[in-house]
Design a protein around this ligand. Sequence first.
Ligand code: FES
Ligand code: FES
Length: 181
Amino acid sequence: MTRFSVNDRPVEYRMEPETPLLWALRDASNLTGTKYGCGTGECGACTVDIDGEAIRSCMVTIAECEGRFVTTIEGLARDRSHPVQQAWVAEQVPQCGFCQSGMIMAAAALLRSNSNPSDAEIDAAMTNICRCGTYPRIRTAIRLAGRVIRGEERIAAAPPPGIRPQDAVEAVPALRLPPGT
Ligand code: FES
Ligand code: FES
């Protein structure tokens, strides 16, 4: 049995201690925002925060997480109010989106330790791979998030998560609005 905190909740995994954290998060906790890309520590799609550090969760066993604090993209800010999330929306960073949760987690960890990184520091910290080539917008968004964190700029609030039931019904004819909606 392995115990640690995931998104500020105590979790106990009854899995082999050698299970990669990525598998536990996705398969046992259903936290599928953290993506499986390469499984060999190269792409960064699986990046999560462990005790304040950006870590590739495919390369860490759950035994190594014992007693530590793991934060995934789902726990960064549930209402999307984190400056990195806000900057990502403002700069319209994602294309296909597959790499983006890892990118956001890496950017958030970078800005926590250095809210005003140079381009060289951004490039050194952001070693994740984006097959869609969103790197220039990622840099721009990190600079914007840094200015927000430093109190130099504000971003208009990003739209709330999810869609309205009325919009869902319009998009998917098989859906029916619950009574009283
Ligand atoms: S899936 Fe972990 S680094 Fe690629
Ligand atoms: S947005 Fe498609 S891989 Fe990065």
